[in-house]
Design a protein around this ligand. Structure first.
Ligand SMILES: [Zn+2]
Length: 386
C-alpha cells in the first residue's frame, strides 16, 4: 500500500514536471508565434494604391482596409498634395486613420503638411528624426511615447518668421501635425496596427539605436537608413513597405527575427543601387516588385543592377514612372489561382527592365539630399548631318 502510494506520488510529480515544461515551451515558443499570426481575412477587399507622384521622385502609398480604415504612407514632394488629395477623393476617403512618414526627406514629406491640413488625420507615425538625422524635439516627448493616446499640443506661435530653407517642409509638417490634433507616435518595431477585417500593419523598422551619420557606409545616409519599414498582412496577402531603407538597414533586419517574406515588395529608395540586395531578396522572395519613381530623377533610379537583381529573383515588375498609379486589390484568399490583382493607370511605353542612366550619385553622407534641382532630363543631342 505504502509502495503503491509512493509510486503514485512519483508519477504525479513527473506528470507535473511534464505539464510545467510543456506549458513553459508553449508559452515561450508557440504562444508568441500564435500571437504573431495575423487574424483571418474577412474576405472583404483590401486595396493598395501606389500613387504616381512623379515626374520627380517621391512615394505616396494609400491603403484602404476591408473595413474602410485608411493609411497613407508618405505624401510625395512639395506640390504633390493635389495628386494625393485627388486620389483620396477618387476613393471616397474622408479621413486618414494613419499617416506614416517614413523619413524626413522632401520627396516623402514635402506635401505632407498640405495633406494633413486638408484631411482629418487621426494618427501620425514617423521615425522621430529631423532631416539632419537628430532626434526631433517636437512633437513633444509625451506625445511621442509610442502607445500613449495623447493628442499632440497646439503648435507654439513662431516668434520670427523663418526663411524658407531646404528643410522648411519638415517644419511645416511638424506644425501641421501639431495643429491637426492627431495622436503622434514614434514607430516602434513589433508594434501592430489592426486595420479591420483581418488586415494588419506591423512596424519592422527602424530599430533602436538609430543609425548615426558616422555608421553610414558608401551610399547610405541616416534619414534613409532609419526609414519606417512596415509590412501589411491580409490573409495570404502580404506587402513590404521599406521607405528608402538601403542595404545597411536590410542587413540589420536580416539579422533579427522578423517576418520579411512578402508577396509584394515596394522597392526601397525608388530602385537605388544601394538598396534591394540579393540577400534581402532571397529572404523576402517577392512575387511582385513595385518601384515608385519619377522619370525626371537625376539619380539613375531605378538602377540597372537593381532591375537585374529583381529579374534574377523572378519578380514581376511594375513602375510608376512608366505605368502611372499602380493598384492592388485582394480578398486575402485565393480565388482560383489568383490571390491579388494588379492594375496600372497606363501601359508602359518603354521596357520596364531598362534602368535610368544616372547624372549624379544617389547617395549623400550629409544626410540630406537636395531634391530641388530637378527638371526635365536634358534632350539627347543628335549629331547634325554633315
Ligand atoms: Zn525617397
Amino acid at each position: 500500500m505504502g509502495r503503491a502510494k509512493k509510486g503514485c506520488g512519483c508519477a504525479a510529480a513527473v506528470l507535473l514536471v511534464v505539464v510545467a515544461v510543456a506549458g513553459l515551451v508553449g508559452w515561450k515558443f508557440f504562444w508568441p508565434r500564435w500571437k504573431a499570426q495575423p487574424p483571418a481575412a474577412s474576405g472583404g477587399e483590401l486595396q493598395v494604391h501606389v500613387l504616381d507622384v512623379g515626374p520627380i521622385n517621391g512615394d505616396a502609398i494609400l491603403i484602404i482596409s476591408p473595413t474602410g480604415k485608411t493609411v497613407l504612407i508618405d505624401a510625395g514632394d512639395a506640390g504633390k498634395d493635389k495628386v494625393v488629395l485627388d486620389a483620396l477623393k477618387r476613393y471616397k476617403i474622408g479621413q486618414l486613420d494613419y499617416f506614416i512618414g517614413t523619413h524626413p526627406h522632401p520627396d516623402h514629406l514635402g506635401a505632407a503638411a498640405a495633406v494633413i491640413k486638408a484631411v482629418k488625420v487621426l494618427n501620425v507615425i514617423d521615425n522621430g528624426l529631423e532631416p539632419a538625422g537628430r532626434p526631433s524635439p517636437t512633437p513633444t516627448p509625451a506625445a511621442g511615447k509610442a502607445g500613449k493616446n495623447t493628442p499632440a499640443p497646439k503648435a507654439p506661435a513662431r516668434s520670427a518668421k523663418k526663411l524658407k530653407g531646404p528643410t522648411q517642409f519638415f517644419d511645416d509638417y511638424q506644425d501641421a501635425v501639431k495643429l491637426s490634433g492627431a495622436h503622434y507616435e514614434i514607430a516602434e518595431v513589433g508594434k501592430k496596427y489592426d486595420l479591420g477585417g483581418g488586415a494588419r500593419l506591423t512596424i519592422l523598422g527602424p530599430s533602436q539605436p538609430w543609425f548615426t551619420k558616422e555608421q553610414m557606409k558608401a551610399g547610405g545616409n541616416e534619414p534613409n537608413a532609419n526609414s519606417v519599414v512596415a509590412r501589411l498582412d491580409y490573409g495570404e496577402f502580404s506587402m513590404l513597405l521599406p521607405g528608402d531603407a538601403e542595404e545597411q538597414t536590410e542587413q540589420r533586419m536580416l539579422s533579427k527575427d522578423l517576418e520579411l517574406s512578402a508577396k509584394v515588395l515596394k522597392v526601397a529608395h525608388h530602385g537605388s543601387k544601394y538598396a534591394t540586395s540579393d540577400a534581402f531578396l532571397r529572404r523576402v522572395q517577392p512575387e511582385v516588385a513595385i518601384i515608385s519613381d519619377g522619370e525626371w530623377n537625376h539619380y539613375g533610379q531605378p538602377a540597372q543592377p537593381v532591375l537585374d537583381r529583381l529579374k534574377a529573383a523572378n519578380t514581376k515588375l511594375y513602375r510608376t514612372d512608366l505605368q502611372g498609379e499602380i493598384s492592388i486589390t485582394t480578398t486575402g484568399k485565393l480565388k482560383g489561382d489568383k490571390l491579388y490583382e494588379i492594375k496600372t493607370a497606363k501601359e508602359a511605353k518603354s521596357d520596364l527592365w531598362t534602368g535610368r542612366p544616372p547624372q549624379k550619385d544617389d547617395s549623400s553622407r550629409a544626410g540630406f539630399i537636395a531634391y530641388g534641382d530637378f527638371g526635365p532630363p536634358p534632350k539627347t543631342k543628335t549629331a547634325k548631318p554633315k
